[in-house]
Design a protein around this ligand. Sequence first.
Ligand code: GLN
Length: 483
Amino acid sequence: MHQLTLAEIARGLADKKFSSEELTKVLLARITQLDPQLNSFISLTEELALEQAKAADARRAKGESGALLGAPIAHKDLFCTQGIRTSCGSKMLDNFKAPYDATVVSKLAAAGTVTLGKTNMDEFAMGSANESSWYGAVKNPWNLEHVPGGSSGGSAAAVAARLLPAATATDTGGSIRQPAAFTNLTGLKPTYGRVSRWGMIAYASSLDQGGPLARTAEDCAILLQGMAGFDPNDSTSIDEPVPDYTAGLNGSLQGLRIGVPKEYFGAGLDPRIADLIQNSIKELQKLGAVIKEISLPNMQHAIPAYYVIAPAEASSNLSRFDGVRFGHRCADPKNLEDLYKRSRGEGFGAEVQRRIMVGAYALSAGYYDAYYLKAQKIRRLVKNDFMAAFNEVDVILGPTTPNPAWKLGAKNSDPVAAYLEDVYTITANLAGLPGLSMPAGFVDGLPVGVQLLAPYFQEGRLLNVAHQYQLNTDWHTRTPTGF
Ligand code: GLN
């Protein structure tokens, strides 16, 4: 039963082959048995899951239907869940029980999903390896000595190991697409404003976006359907109609114009990944797509710009964790300053502290123009590059990451080495564009992802291309040994 996709689960439930309660019990047992190897969960919510599963079964018995009614999922542990620990992977929030549900959580619950638990993540979503979590590193089910990617590494490892069919995740600079690539999943970062950020603990507010992680594009379509839509509680949510993503999966790719940026294939890309990307291009050509070389000339400036903007926003967002209102508080503070300093010093890990310092520096009076303002100008140039490219092509294709998943600990002493791995994903966040990563093959037994980018609100186009590709390839069906 654990091999079933969301789409297959919906059919099985509708045909009364099994109940949501039965499925939930099987998956909870599987998590208890296998997760100690992976560390992909921070909290399990067995009681809630069984309650939601029974409620979903009752709704079906009354004649209700719906693709997510009775579907087991998990939430990245930065989506607020009422009365349930929402830790953000940090000691700072280890004792924090959210007083309300994030919009994504309440929308999915209303659609009938069953929450199995909260997944592990890099602390405050800062990272590309899921090694900065206060709850310990997550392991990649394809090779337990390697990282699963980050920051949504727990969601990715759990879905890849078939502990559950799909999970929510968030992407500020690649944290849905990169772990999807590292664990052989399909992951979609929607257009900025497509999915509500209300109740999603902020890292860098102008870049953060929630989205689905699943094994197939079809399942991403199903989960996104339940997450997307206007939310008056989020001032950056956009009031655009949400299309029927599943209905859009079967469009023909005949004549689809795919742009391949020449800058994507420079030094730094593992040549074996470059070969797999070429294979995926050939596959899409067979389906009728037309390939065009394009240029994104400002791509080289994106990493430095991102690593100024994201820490700047983080330093501001994380100022609310001061030991006073919620979160960790140090013991026996001498005075207010001591309370702030020690609560934050004890509550935040090294990577979070590093980002706060970089961000506060970049925003400080004497350096604002030199760093933050300059980075914002680069951000506009990156966006302009995309706008020009989308005048000529329908989607942009390239590798999701320059290298496959690295070994645990391999980049711990050199944070910049990890930052460089975000080169292909970060630009979509700077521009606010939707992006998807899907399985494209393996290098040394480790999965490789191909990334597709599209114009604003064209999530449906990305899902359509990925679904057609998956009907003609079988990379996404491969299961890691032992799971
Ligand atoms: N690796 C990037 C960072 O550390 C992106 C993380 C994310 O998307 N949450 O900031």
